[in-house]
Design a protein around this ligand. Structure first.
Ligand code: HEM
Length: 476
């Protein structure tokens, strides 16, 4: 739609676009790009007096991410009645602020520290080998589906334990469904839609059952040995001078940890493998490093420290296609943000995707160029795939370990080629840049010879696939 730019305050025009707020959840990247194109780094979209504010670039990211007294996090739009299962399930770290957030974050950090995650490496290896051993050369499958299934199993096991993987997996799938329901209801909070609101009772009912299952697991872990190396057991034993984490709080933290971990990591695995398959020069360099450093072995945590080319490829993939593409904050106090004087309760969006594609920060921003990381060290507010500041992702070391172990394990056993002519599309769904088409790949024996394939879909709007021979490019 063609929206009018209006809004004048004290005679000074504000960068406010009058339009439909639904444009944002409908297509966050298109909406944010339009705001950036039209107004630059700070602007708003307004409908009937309600606004979403957008800020991009390292200075605004710094302000919004460091001033946690003013800019509060509120991840779940639908909290349910007080003392309800939905309220408890949606009370994890991303819904906490102030001292409550600081304390719970401190208590949880230990279980996700660099030292603690060494305890999860066997689980990563066992489940990755299980997946890869099930593959055959010549096979074709949807890469994102496979990575999502793998991450569902891995996250459930790391979070809830190896002794009953099927129970952990079943609960993991239920949390996944609960997150989907929340996402749909969250859209309903933007614009009232009777079909969506009618699902509210379904969400409350589902959350009742889910909470009972997580509470059952917590009890099981409470009765288990002190030496168990799953996250839930570590969290159960975490304590400070005020005591341990209560079961009530643990329910929200467990649900959030699962929700925050599995799709973000699955999409990062998919996008990185896709980008490597479509960039033979980077793939060739990585292949040489893996052959030299690993010689066909599954990488250990020590090995991954030496894989500098792998590190650059992952960093560049998370720059150009960041799994977490935007986040939001709510002002808790009146404040100034760029040209805006904001009252409490205003919604702010900042974006990894837009910041990572700013040409002043990254020359040739849409190209996948892992080698750029040999010469650049951007500030944590210019490069923030895991967020930055006091709320930076506490799972980042674990996610990086998974990526750095699983991608080399796959690429040493198979050549992953994109099936020519397929649709490759992605869209931000509930803050995550998710593949929305099937990313069909063909598995071959590793030959050391790589080639990009023509593909169609909106991927060409997200990243410049410049290594596909021009005559072969198929752009939808
Ligand atoms: C590639 C994978 C991942 C990506 C891209 C990612 C991204 C992010 C981002 C951008 C944030 C900050 C959100 C904000 O500022 O609003 C965040 C926070 C968080 N992430 Fe991750 N994450 C990943 C994996 C994980 C994993 C594996 C876990 C847990 C095992 C996890 C748990 C969390 C938690 C608990 C928070 C909230 C931190 C807080 O509010 O203090 N994430 N993540």
């Amino acid at each position: 739609m063609d929206a009018d730019v209006v809004s004048l305050t004290g005679g000074r025009p504000l960068p406010v676009l009058q339009g439909s707020l639904l444009d944002f959840p409908d297509d966050p990247i298109a909406c944010m790009r339009r705001q950036l194109r039209q107004f630059g780094h700070a602007s708003a979209l307004e409908q009937d007096g309600q606004r979403i504010h957008f800020v991009f670039g390292q200075d605004y990211n710094h302000q919004v991410l460091t001033n946690t007294a003013v800019f509060h996090s509120r991840f779940f739009a639908v909290r349910g009645p007080r003392k309800s299962p939905q309220r408890r399930l949606s009370s994890g770290l991303l819904s906490q602020n102030g001292d409550e957030h600081k304390r719970n974050r401190r208590l949880m950090m230990e279980a996700l520290s660099k030292k603690a995650i060494q305890g999860y490496t066997d689980t990563i290896r066992i489940l990755a080998e299980q997946m890869i051993n099930g593959w055959q050369p010549g096979q074709e499958f949807d890469l994102n589906r496979e990575m999502t299934e793998f991450m569902l199993r891995l996250t459930s096991t790391i979070l809830f334990g190896l002794d009953d993987p099927e129970l952990a997996y079943t609960i993991g799938r239920k949390i996944d469904h609960w997150v989907h329901l929340n996402h749909e209801m969250g859209m309903g909070a933007f614009v009232s839609d009777p079909d969506i609101s009618s699902r509210y009772p379904e969400l409350l009912e589902f959350s009742r059952g889910l909470e009972a299952e997580i509470a059952g697991l917590i009890q099981l872990r409470r009765d288990g040995s002190q030496n168990e190396t799953n996250l839930l057991s570590l969290l159960l034993h975490a304590h400070d001078e005020q005591g341990a984490i209560s079961d009530e709080t643990l329910i929200g933290q467990a649900a959030l940890l699962f929700a925050a971990a599995h799709l973000t990591t699955a999409h990062s695995l998919t996008w990185t493998l896709f980008l490597l398959a479509q960039h033979p020069s980077a793939m060739g360099e990585l292949h040489a490093e893996l052959t030299r450093e690993l010689n066909g072995q599954f990488p250990s945590p020590d090995d991954v420290e030496r894989l500098s080319c792998m590190e650059r490829c992952i960093k560049e993939s998370m720059r150009v296609l960041p799994a977490s593409s935007y986040s939001q904050r709510i002002t808790a106090l009146p404040t100034e943000l760029g040209p805006f004087s904001l009252s409490a309760g205003q919604g702010i969006v900042f974006s990894q995707f837009i910041t990572h594609h700013l040409p002043e920060l990254y020359p040739e921003p849409d190209a996948f160029l892992p080698r750029r990381w040999e010469t650049i060290t951007p500030s944590p507010y210019a490069y923030l795939p895991f967020g930055s500041g006091p709320r930076m992702c506490i799972g980042a070391p674990l996610a990086m370990l998974i990526l750095k172990m699983v991608i080399p394990a796959i690429l040493q056993r198979f050549q992953v080629n994109v099936v020519p002519g397929i649709d490759v599309s992605g869209k931000v769904i509930s803050t995550m840049l998710s593949p929305t088409s099937r990313i069909m790949v063909h598995l071959g024996e590793p030959t050391g010879k790589f080639g990009a394939q023509p593909v169609c879909g909106n991927i060409h709007d997200l990243v410049e696939l410049r290594e596909i021979p021009k005559r072969n490019r198929v752009v939808a």
